[in-house]
Ligand binder design. Sequence first.
Ligand code: C2E
Ligand code: MG
Ligand code: MG
Ligand code: MG
Length: 276
Amino acid sequence: RAKSTPAADICFYQARMDAVVRDRRRLADDLRMAPGAGQLSLHYQRQVETGTGRVSGHEALMRWQHPVRGFVSPAEFIPVAEATGLILMLGEWALRTACVQAVAEPRLGKVAVNLSPVQFRQPGLPALVADVLRQTGLPPSRLELEITESTLMQDPARTLEMLREIKSLGVSVAMDDFGTGHSSLATLRAFPFDKIKLDRSFMPEVDSNQQARAILRAVLGIGRGLGIPVLAEGVETSAVLDSLRDEGCAEAQGYLLGRPLPVQALDFPDTSKEAA
Ligand code: C2E
Ligand code: MG
Ligand code: MG
Ligand code: MG
């Protein structure tokens, strides 16, 4: 546009917004069909004990192969799914599929499934978890649920009640992306987490930068004080892994240790823990 007037700018902006809204609506329509159309799958990324190198479990990560758009990243479709409520269906699909695949492949060990804050607004969530375990036959000790700080923010009392119910099934619960939200030390103490996952944004400089190293030490100190093991996310270099080992970080996950892959494409080292 050679010349623009304020009115033209507004029109242009409006048209662009309309396009964005239309695009999201179309994405949501397609997402609704995705499970039935067989376009969803789970990839698994291994989690490793830094001390022994043993595989302690795998995180299940949702993938969407769209017929026209190709691969759509969860960073793009999870927010759409949450805004439209479709996450309830997708989340149940992920939970059920992870349990079925874990039963079929014992070498997955413990599987970690991500839960959205939206799923915690459903009072039936603990019952759903119990049903899926019963229907698939996965031992509860092989399931871990990952929740983020935003889940705890929305209704702490009710969330705590639901977490207790879920844990009473024998399922473990991990705090995901720790360090990116607003949870205080009091939150960590009040909620019955079995694991703290330190967000990957801290990782790249842990081997080289004093501040990053100090944050790692502080989080490990909190974990030790509360008796909760810490897993470091986003480990991409052996220098970072060495630092984690030196500092006594129990577990790690990241491209260095293994990319997320379909279950048939995973390789299971002999050292991996036998499933109970
Ligand atoms: P998350 O739960 O924190 O998962 C870890 C993300 O980090 C994954 O991205 C993983 O592929 C990526 N990652 C792993 N190792 C590395 C590394 O070394 N470097 C870097 N840069 N990244 C690494 P992904 O698969 O794209 O998923 C993004 C987010 O989408 C997840 O973050 C999670 O919040 C959400 N998500 C994925 N699957 C599900 C699901 O089934 N349900 C829900 N509610 N959310 C999901
Ligand atoms: Mg996660
Ligand atoms: Mg994470
Ligand atoms: Mg993340």
